[in-house]
Design a protein around this ligand. Structure first.
Ligand code: ADP
Length: 632
């Protein structure tokens, strides 16, 4: 295990921390916030602390400067051997770690075994070899692919990424977009927290890349930053390791814990780039958990090497902003006073809004559909930031999400009862439907119209509308399969419906990646009646699996589902506009009418949906062009 130097803990650390960190009484239990968990730094034996006595005097304004640690000898060891050397996690909390909402049985693509293309700047210090999967000896020279020029390097910074950890669409995008950007001649490094809940099989493949101590808080308190690396499919994943912040629970617990951990993460990600001497052309940050990256970059990291990078900030969901009282955020970030002004991060009387700070400092702001880019500039969808977004609208644009068409491929999906393509869909979908009905305890009858709903169970997703109409849906010919977790009120209501309509309604209250695949394949239609939907991926996956979406015309749902036109026989699904239960019921009834009375036209739509391009290809080109605007 490599040794590490430490910086001295500043004298009298606890007292000022308590004072500065005291959150607003109505928001958080003062004690917890005010007296953060004992840090690894604090737990260091005294002898070790002496190692760098002067460092304590350093301010957070020197974040990129790190203490060089004793380096492991440079090795070309295979992943397994390298992994054995990784530093053991420190001081695990006793708390039971709830299974994370991650893909346990990730389909490891053939590419995982192939040699990834790893091109990156040589690190300034000797480091462990990254965990590059071993290359099979080349048999035939690969066909030469012309990549667009010039090459650009991009660091993705975000809080989740399939298959390591995923709670929703952000996890999908963090996985699929880097892969698509590689085909656009981008060199991509993805920086993530090393959560304890990441499945062991991935933890085992990570290789120690280095470590340092970083000043974080306004009182100069410093924290351990470890970097663990895993290279897969051409993408380099660097995991920021710190047991105190990421060693317990699921990625998102509550703001009391989440605010400090993502303050730490944003700064550590930038410091890690400097440490690895890998200065990308573009730093692409995602959602509030990474929103402080542009703020740090243009303040405390000014003058360090990474400051030459341009930043893109993507809003995946404006609902979540990372808002907390200024005193707490000021303490945890060590950011200068001027960023706590209304123009930058201040909100209301004494709150700071981390997402707002990211929007202020990013060179470009994107969101995940053109319609949502317009919507968030209005009071209804703007979640309090519409004015700020209108002010910065010259830097804002929408680029619609795609899906990874290898991950979502009905012709090779091992989880399905029967794989299918556009030629075999009609027959094989029936087989998948029967298997699904059997698995979920629904009456097995391929003649029934099966409606799927795969969703976080929250107000955003239009579930009050579904609750209002569900009894009217169950007419003897229709079945409903719900898969989701979330707000107790919806979990409860769907369970009740299952009891009331046994055999016709199933409520599977869980996060289950495998079942999600089987519902996409076995259902005839998929409901997405969201109140707002930045992009939405479930309707894209549904179409790819020949399942007709029924959606509300908002955000990305509006941009990706063309309403069925009975006169021209065009369109991909059924839509409604105003947020009303009656309109949702009407849209579902139109779908059912077509299904039961004009099956050939329904079947044509199924094939049209499967033919639709829902891949990342064209959106990745748009991101690349955006990067080139910033770094021609
Ligand atoms: P959001 O990000 O708002 O949750 P998206 O439609 O963008 O919604 O992405 C949802 C992703 O999460 C999809 O890949 C969907 O299949 C998946 N998903 C949502 N709920 C579940 C669940 N309970 N089990 C398995 N997958 C789920």
């Amino acid at each position: 295990m490599p040794t590490k130097k430490t910086v001295n803990k500043p004298e009298a650390e606890e007292a000022p921390a308590k004072k500065a960190a005291a959150p607003k009484a109505e928001k958080a239990p003062v004690e917890k916030k005010a007296a953060p968990k004992k840090t690894a730094a604090e737990k260091k034996p005294a002898a070790e602390k002496k190692a760098a006595p002067k460092a304590a005097a350093k301010t957070a304004a020197e974040p990129a400067e790190v203490k060089t640690v004793k380096k492991p000898a440079a090795r070309k060891a295979p992943a397994k051997e390298a992994a054995a050397e990784k530093p053991v996690r420190k001081t695990a909390k006793k708390e039971t770690v709830k299974a994370a909402p991650v893909e346990e049985a990730a389909q490891e693509s053939a590419a995982e075994q192939a040699a990834p293309v790893v091109e990156q700047a040589a690190p300034a210090v000797e480091q462990a070899a990254p965990a590059v999967e071993q290359a099979a000896p080349a048999v035939e020279p690969a066909e030469e692919v012309q990549l667009p020029q010039p090459r650009r390097s991009v660091a993705f910074i975000g809080s989740e990424c399939y298959p390591f950890v995923k709670t929703g669409g952000l996890g999908d995008v963090m996985y699929a977009l880097p892969k698509a950007l590689i085909k656009q001649n981008c060199d991509v490094k993805v920086i993530l927290p090393r959560y304890r809940c990441i499945p062991q099989k991935y933890q085992d493949k990570m290789v120690y890349r280095g470590e340092f101590w970083m000043n974080l808080c306004s009182d100069g308190r410093s924290f351990y930053v470890g970097i663990m690396e895993y290279v897969w499919d051409g993408v380099v994943y660097d995991f920021i390791d710190n047991e105190d912040f990421f060693g317990y629970g699921n990625p998102y617990t509550n703001l009391i814990d989440d605010i400090p951990r993502y303050c730490f993460f944003a700064k550590a990600a930038l410091a890690a780039l400097n440490y690895m001497n890998w200065v990308p052309d573009i730093i692409h940050c995602h959602d509030w958990q990474a929103a402080l990256v542009p703020v740090y970059l243009r303040t405390l990291f000014n003058g360090t090497s990474v400051a030459s990078a341009k930043t893109v900030f993507t809003i995946h969901n404006l609902r979540f902003q990372g808002v907390y009282n200024i005193a707490t955020i000021k303490y945890w970030t060590g950011l200068p006073d001027h960023v706590f002004s209304y123009e930058v991060m201040k909100q209301g009387r004494d709150d700071a809004n981390m997402l707002k700070g990211g929007l202020t400092y990013a060179d470009r702001i994107t969101t995940v559909s053109a319609t949502y880019a317009g919507e968030i500039q209005t009071p209804f969808y703007g979640d309090g930031l519409d004015g700020h977004l209108r002010y910065h609208s010259d830097r804002l644009r929408g680029i619609v999400n795609g899906i990874d068409v290898e991950q979502w491929d009905s012709s090779a999906d091992k989880r399905l009862a029967a794989c299918y393509n556009r030629e075999t869909v009609l027959e094989q979908k029936r087989a998948n439907k029967r298997a699904l009905q059997e698995a979920l305890g629904l009456e097995v009858d391929e003649g029934k119209f099966v409606i799927g709903l795969i969703s976080r169970l929250t107000d955003q997703k239009g579930l009050d509308l579904v609750n209002a109409i569900l009894p009217a849906l169950v007419d003897g010919n229709t079945q409903v399969a719900v898969l989701g977790t979330g707000d107790a009120q919806y979990e409860e209501s769907f369970r009740n419906f299952e009891q009331t309509f046994k055999g016709s309604v199933c409520a599977y209250i869980a996060y289950d990646e495998s079942l999600a695949h089987r519902i996409y394949a076995g259902a005839d239609a998929l409901l997405v009646p969201s109140l707002f939907e930045p992009c939405g991926l479930t309707q894209l996956i549904a179409m790819r699996y020949g399942t007709v979406p029924v959606v509300r015309e908002t955000g990305g749902l509006k941009d990706t589902v063309q309403p069925f036109n009975e006169f021209t026989n065009e369109g991909n699904g059924f839509t409604f506009d105003r947020y009303e239960a009656g309109l949702l019921l009407d849209a579902i009834n139109r779908a059912k009418t077509l299904y039961f009375t004009q099956r050939e036209r329904w079947d044509e739509m199924v094939r049209r949906d499967m033919d639709k391009d829902v891949s990342w290809d064209s959106s990745a080109v748009q991101y690349r062009n955006l990067y080139l605007e910033l770094k021609p």
